[in-house]
Design a protein around this ligand. Structure first.
Ligand SMILES: [Fe+2]
Length: 281
């Protein structure tokens, strides 16, 4: 089991920007609603925030956000959980992308030398740098959504570690790939992957629930793509109402112990994000 810590994908300014977009309001409207000077909102968007707890509470109320989580983020102390109990090896493959980091993940029945890849990152050479030397072959590749930084280098990945089937969300197209709709499953060596159709960030977006049924009581894994991050959510570029609905569903339906492996930022759990994520209300 590989555990690592990575910086949060979003700071307070990013979260406010996404929340304003979800709420359909702008800086002046938010300032009026929260009873704050608009310049304070602008500072936060420029990563120069020094909100007090009371101000963070007013912002949370004005945007319908989780107050505890927003205050923690504003104070630079968003908590992260310890990750335990997965029945398989999880390799987070963390690669630089733009000013941030993008994640792909390998899941393998340790100590096997083959596994399942979730997303590919932006670029094959970057992926190679973080690829675990013991994994020689892929059983399958699952793509959360077909954006550059999540599917880049797929052709080279298949040439190097394939042949392997490629699974895409319904609505995404690639010759030879298999589209997975809501609830559809595939199993490789006792590891089952189930698709959750979760549009919002993109029209064609899947999260993947990963289970190993032969281990009773094992912690499930959710590969959440650009829907749910530790302390934030993906940008709602396709549909804000659908993104909100997909989030509600994750928080309502998934076991609390589920480990969440997001497309950007550190690992977290459903229990933890239910308590602290600014968008979990
Ligand atoms: Fe992304």
């Amino acid at each position: 089991m590989v555990i690592e810590r990575a910086p949060l994908e979003d700071e307070l300014g990013d979260v406010l920007e996404k929340a304003m977009r979800l709420a359909g309001c702008d800086g002046p409207a938010l300032a009026a609603r929260a009873g704050l000077d608009v310049a304070r909102i602008r500072d936060a968007m420029d990563y120069r925030s020094d909100f007090t707890c009371a101000e963070a509470s007013r912002l949370a109320a004005a945007l319908g956000l989780n107050e505890v989580g927003l205050a923690a983020l504003a104070g630079g102390r968003y908590p992260l959980p310890e990750i335990t109990g997965l029945p398989f090896c999880l390799y987070p493959l963390r690669m630089p992308y733009g000013v941030g980091v993008v994640n792909a993940y390998l899941v393998a029945d340790c100590p096997q030398s083959h596994g399942i890849l979730f997303d590919t990152g932006a670029d094959f050479s970057q992926l190679c740098r973080v690829w675990p030397k013991n994994i020689k072959k892929l059983d399958a590749v699952f793509i959360t959504h077909a954006e550059t930084e999540h599917i880049g280098g797929l052709t080279e990945v298949l040439a190097a570690f394939g042949p392997a089937p490629v699974y895409l969300p319904a609505g995404a197209n690639r010759a030879g790939a298999i589209n997975l709709s809501e609830g559809e499953r595939a199993e490789f060596g006792g590891i089952e992957v189930r698709a959750l159709h979760t549009p919002g960030h993109a029209a064609a977006h899947n999260c993947y629930s990963v289970m190993m049924h032969r281990v009773a009581g094992a912690t499930p894994l959710l590969v959440s793509g650009d829907l749910l991050f530790a302390g934030s959510v993906g940008g709602c570029y396709f549909s804000a109402p659908l993104l909100r609905e997909a989030l509600r569903r994750l928080f309502a339906d998934l076991p609390a112990a589920t480990v969440v492996a997001p497309g950007h930022g550190p690992l977290t759990t459903i229990r933890h994000e239910r308590s602290y994520n600014p968008f979990a209300v």
